[in-house]
Design a protein around this ligand. Structure first.
Ligand code: LRH
Ligand code: MN
Ligand code: MN
Length: 425
C-alpha cells in the first residue's frame, strides 16, 4: 500500500488547527527558555522497533480471535511495519524472532525493508518452544538445562540466530529465557544459574565484535515457582560475567507489582548497563497491553529517568527501543499506532522537565517543588510537538484517523484474505 503519497492531502484539513496549537504551545515553552525546535527534532529522531509477533492477534491461552488480514509471512510483516512507519514516522525498525521469521531469500527481505525505510533491530532467539524435528526438548530448560544435549542445542540456536541477524544487518541479540521451575525442590537454583552463565558466555564468545547481547529478565511465567533470570540484578550479574557488550534489557511488564521501574532504569544507566527497552503496559503482570493505557504517569517517570540518563550517562550506550505488546481484541496496527503515540508523548513530556530547577529543588529539599516541576511537564498537552515531529518527517498529522480514512485494514483483508494467522506469541 502506498500510504505515504496519500498523506499530504489527508493532512491538509487539520493543518491550520495544528499550526495554531503548535504556535501557542511553542510560545509558552519558549518563554521558559526551552528550545522547542530541539524537542521536536529529538522526537523526530526517536525510532521504536516493532516486533514481528505484534502484528497479529495474540490471543490468550483460552482463545484467539483473528482481526483478519493478518500477515502470513515475513514479507507481509515487513509491509505492515512499513505502513506503521509511513503513518507515524516513529517505527523505523523491525525486530525478528527466529525461527518464526527465518527468511528464505535474504536479499529480497533486505530490499523490501529498505523500500519501506526500515532497519533490522535486535534479533530474538527462541528456546522456549520445541521446534518440529528438534532432537532435544526444552521441557526442563534450555540454556540452564542439566541435559547437555538440550543446553548445546539452545546455545547453537542462539549462534545460528546471530548468523541470520548478520545477514540482515542486525547488530544485537536479545535472549529471553523461559527457564525456571514450577515446584519447590524441582531443580537446584545454583546449578541452573551456573549453567545459564556458562551458556551465555559461550553465546557471547560467538558475538561479532560490533554486536551487543541483551539479557531480558522476568519474574514468572511460564514457570510459576522460580525463573532463572528473574530480575534486573540477575540479568546485570550475567551481563557483567559475559563482558562489556552484554547488557540488561528492561521489559515494562516483567516486574512484580509496584516495582519502581524508573529507579531500576536509573541504576542501570549509571552503571552503563541498560541496553534495551520493551514497552507495554499492564494492570496485573506481563499483560502486554497498549503502552500508556493503564499507567501513563509511571511511563512518564520512567522516561524522565531515561532522558536524565541519556543526558548524563555517556557510559551507557544508545538504547534499543521496542514495543513488546500483544493484541487480543484490537486491530494490531491500530493498537501499535496508539502505543507509538503514547511513547512519543511520554518522551516529549520528559524532555520538558526542567532538570536544572529540579536539581536545585532537590538540593533545597523542597519536596513540593520537586513534584510541581515533574507534574508541570506531565500536565502539558504535548500533542502539537509530537504532531510537528511527525509532519517534519512526512508522516500523518493524525495517524489513527489516517489509517481509518485510508481503509488500511479492509485493503489488507482484500489482499490477504480473512483467515490468515500470523506466527507469534
Ligand atoms: C515473554 C516475551 C518476552 C520476550 C518475548 C519474545 O514474556 O513476551 O517479553 O521479549 O516473549
Ligand atoms: Mn519482552
Ligand atoms: Mn513479556
Amino acid at each position: 500500500m502506498q500510504v505515504r503519497t496519500q498523506l499530504s492531502s489527508l493532512n491538509q484539513s487539520g493543518l491550520s488547527r495544528h499550526d495554531s496549537d503548535y504556535d501557542h504551545l511553542s510560545d509558552r515553552l519558549s518563554s521558559r527558555g526551552l528550545s522547542v525546535e530541539d524537542v521536536v527534532s529529538q522526537l523526530a529522531d526517536f525510532q521504536v522497533a516493532i516486533p514481528s509477533w505484534a502484528l497479529g492477534a495474540g490471543g490468550t491461552r483460552f482463545g484467539r480471535f483473528s482481526f483478519y488480514g493478518e500477515p502470513g509471512n515475513l514479507e507481509q510483516k515487513i509491509a505492515d511495519v512499513g505502513i506503521l512507519h509511513a503513518l507515524t514516522q516513529t517505527a523505523g525498525a523491525v525486530s525478528l524472532h527466529i525461527p518464526w521469521d527465518t527468511p528464505t531469500d535474504y536479499a529480497a527481505v533486505r530490499d523490501l525493508a529498505r523500500e519501506y525505510q526500515l532497519v533490522f533491530d535486535a534479533i530474538n532467539s527462541n528456546t522456549f518452544q520445541d521446534q518440529p524435528g528438534a532432537e532435544h526438548t526444552y521441557k526442563h530448560g534450555s540454556l540452564s538445562a542439566t541435559d547437555e544435549g538440550a543446553r548445546q542445542q539452545a546455545i547453537d540456536h542462539n549462534l545460528e540466530v546471530i548468523a541470520i541477524g548478520e545477514k540482515l544487518g542486525s547488530k544485537s541479540l536479545t535472549v529471553w529465557l523461559a527457564d525456571g521451575t514450577t515446584f519447590p525442590g524441582q531443580r537446584n537454583f545454583q546449578k541452573s544459574l551456573t549453567q545459564t552463565e556458562d551458556s551465555l558466555k559461550q553465546i557471547y564468545a560467538g558475538l561479532p565484535s560490533d554486536w551487543k547481547l541483551y539479557i531480558e529478565y522476568k519474574p514468572y511465567e511460564p514457570n510459576f515457582y522460580s525463573t532463572v533470570i528473574q530480575d534486573w540484578g540477575t540479568s546485570l550479574m550475567l551481563a557483567n560475567a559475559c563482558g562489556d557488550r552484554a547488557y540488561t534489557l528492561v521489559d515494562l511488564g516483567h516486574h512484580l507489582p509496584n516495582s519502581n521501574i524508573e529507579q531500576i532504569v536509573s541504576t542501570l544507566m549509571l552503571k552503563g548497563k541498560l541496553g534495551g527497552f520493551h514497552f507495554n503496559d499492564s494492570k496485573y503482570g506481563d499483560d502486554d497491553l497498549t503502552v500508556g493505557s493503564i499507567k501513563p504517569y509511571a511511563l512518564f517517570l520512567i522516561f524522565s529517568e531515561l532522558v536524565y540518563g541519556m543526558r548524563n550517562n555517556p557510559q551507557n550506550p544508545d538504547l534499543a527501543w521496542m514495543i513488546d505488546a500483544s493484541h487480543n481484541i484490537k486491530d494490531p496496527l491500530e493498537d501499535l499506532i496508539q502505543s507509538l503515540e503514547a511513547i512519543q508523548e511520554a518522551y516529549a513530556k520528559a524532555l520538558l522537565v526542567d532538570q536544572t530547577k529540579l536539581s536545585a529543588a532537590q538540593e533545597a529539599h523542597d519536596v513540593v517543588l520537586c513534584q510541581e516541576i515533574l507534574q508541570d511537564a506531565y500536565r502539558t498537552d504535548v500533542r502539537p510537538l509530537v504532531q510537528r515531529a511527525r509532519l517534519n518527517r512526512g508522516g500523518a498529522l493524525h495517524p489513527l484517523r489516517a489509517y481509518r480514512a485510508l481503509g488500511v485494514r479492509d485493503e489488507l483483508i482484500r489482499q490477504r484474505g480473512k483467515h490468515t494467522v500470523a506466527t507469534g506469541l
